[in-house]
Write a protein that binds this ligand. Structure first.
Ligand code: FES
Length: 129
């Protein structure tokens, strides 16, 4: 579920990378505050989502990105990246957090996540902000 900006609470964006640093069909991990945020480039469109799998906290950025879906490398749960929906096993009630992305002057900016994130014992982000 993504944050919805309001006039009273505009989104706070964080610059994470240049567009050229996240090629089409790849994912990259960023740490924004306490949150692990995965960024995927799907056909030139960028999507940011919570890196922590809803099953047993596997690191989604180490999974397989195919089309607009990512498969967790631990037990093969599948998510629709743009929406965060759980595709396999089908689960209408749970959804990964997703975060708005904007591009400005060839730089990728991600909306700062709010709230808490479950810890994952094994993940080391590539970039720490
Ligand atoms: S931890 Fe991701 S499928 Fe089990």
């Amino acid at each position: 579920m993504s944050e919805t900006p309001t006039p009273e609470k505009p989104l706070d964006f964080v610059r994470v990378a240049l567009v050229s640093e996240v090629p089409v069909g790849t994912m990259k991990l960023f740490k924004i505050d306490r949150h692990q945020v995965a960024l995927a480039n799907i056909k030139g469109e960028f999507y940011a989502f919570n890196n922590i799998c809803l099953h047993r906290a596997g690191p989604l950025v180490e999974g397989r990105l195919l089309g607009n879906k990512v498969t967790c490398s631990w037990h093969a749960w599948v998510y629709e990246v743009p929406t965060g929906k759980v595709i396999f096993p089908r689960d209408e009630k749970r959804c990964l957090d997703t975060y708005q992305v904007k591009i400005e002057d060839d730089a990728i900016w991600i909306a700062r996540p709010k709230g808490k994130q479950r810890p994952s014992p094994t993940v080391q982000p590539e970039a720490v902000l």
